[in-house]
Write a new protein. Structure first.
Length: 362
């Protein structure tokens, strides 16, 4: 279950840590800054490229630190739509990252927002009944370098600048708390990627104690909660995590997050035919959203091969949205093009591991 890389992943290391490390070696602090300049603004691929460092130091670094090996196995999608990248990690594990281009439907005309959906674990232990990521169970946590590495690799492969990150790929980010927080701090740091905290959203299936822990963190990252059921009865049916942290406990943790951070959270609600799309659910969801002053993001379910769940008809979706909005809740439904690939994280990996091919990029 635990994976230890051969060398310390260089994209897991923070500037203060490297400065301390160099100090112990008797090196001046500015050397650590030089390394970070090579890694982030200049995107160096090896220590050999860091030409303003003494050769002996480059060799020492080479022996101690490893660059991330995120090998591209497959891409799906095109330049102007959502693109999904399947990566093979150092130990052969497969993960997915999804690049979502500016979407006028979501962000308005002229938006240059490009979002990367990042994975935080290999597989997922939470086994939500509708989700492809949990189907093969949990393998391991990603280390921070593998999380930061997804950002750097996708920018490199696409030639595009990413200005928004969502932890909505494979895995439960709050179950890999320390590595995810470390990655977020590196993505945010001025010496690192320099991405604003408000441009990062963490999505959780509802780990109440970890939501409280997140509320104590200094960074103003955004929180999205995968609700998918507005009563314990419905949530228990599709999300086993609800038996551990029932709605009352989850909503209390959300309350605490909102008040501590002075922030609005987003409630995600995938619409599954005959499961959570009744008028009663719409009313209960509206009540929760109003209590939390949360935004609600409804997403028609993306069918997963091998699972029986279906997306409701357009008419049923409209009736649900209408009832929800009548409660006064701030709710939208996401039906934009490209969501088919984006919202179904875990599916590409599942497909590749099922047919056991996937050695060439498409
Ligand atoms: N584990 C975290 C983050 C990853 S999942 C969480 O559950 O929040 C990101 C989002 O995609 C979640 O809201 C999840 O419920 C949703 N999702 C999973 N499978 C889906 C599918 N087949 N169709 C639509 N959304 C899906
Ligand atoms: Fe895990 Fe999230 Fe999928 Fe649930 S929805 S199985 S928590 S990745």
């Amino acid at each position: 279950m635990h994976f230890t890389p051969a060398k310390t992943p260089v994209f897991s290391v923070t500037l203060p840590e490297l400065q301390l490390n160099f100090k112990e070696m008797g090196l001046p602090a500015y050397r650590a800054k030089q390394v970070m300049e090579w890694l982030y603004p200049k995107r160096a691929k090896s220590f050999g490229a860091m030409t303003n460092l003494p050769a002996a130091l480059r060799e020492q670094m080479e022996a101690a630190f490893g660059f991330e090996a995120l090998e591209l196995v497959r891409t799906v999608g095109s330049d102007d739509s959502t693109r999904k990248f399947l990566f093979k990690l150092e130990d052969g594990s497969l993960i997915e990252s999804v690049l979502i281009p500016a979407s006028p439907a979501l962000y308005g005309e002229g938006s240059d927002r490009r979002t990367l959906c990042i994975s935080s674990q290999v597989g997922c232990a939470y086994g939500c009944k509708f989700c492809a990521s949990g189907l093969n169970g949990f393998s391991r946590n990603l280390h921070a370098g593998e999380i930061v590495g997804q950002f750097l690799r996708v920018e490199e492969l696409s030639g595009e600048r990413i200005n928004n990150v969502v932890f909505m790929g494979m895995g439960e980010p709050l179950a890999n708390f320390d590595n995810v927080m470390r990655a977020i701090s590196i993505l945010n740091a001025p010496w690192g990627v320099g991405l604003g905290a408000r441009h990062m959203t963490l999505s959780t299936s509802g780990l109440a104690p970890q939501i409280r822990k997140l509320a104590e963190q200094p960074l103003q990252i955004r929180l999205a909660v995968s609700l998918h059921g507005a009563t314990d009865a419905v949530r228990n049916q599709i999300m086993p995590v609800n038996r551990k942290y029932p709605l009352a406990e989850l909503l209390e943790a959300c309350d605490e997050y909102c008040s501590r951070k002075n922030q609005r959270i987003t409630l995600e609600f995938i619409l599954i035919d005959g499961i959570n799309d009744s008028l009663e659910q719409a009313a209960a969801l509206g009540q929760i959203a109003c209590r939390l002053d949360a935004k609600v993001n409804c997403i028609p379910y993306n069918p997963v091969e091998g699972l029986d769940w279906k997306r409701p008809s357009l008419r049923r979706q409209d009736v649900f949205m209408d009832a929800l909005q009548r409660t006064g809740a701030d709710a939208t439904i996401r039906r934009e093009k490209g969501s088919d690939i984006a919202a179904a994280c875990g599916q590409l990996r599942l497909q590749v591991s099922r047919d056991a091919t996937g050695s060439e990029a498409e």
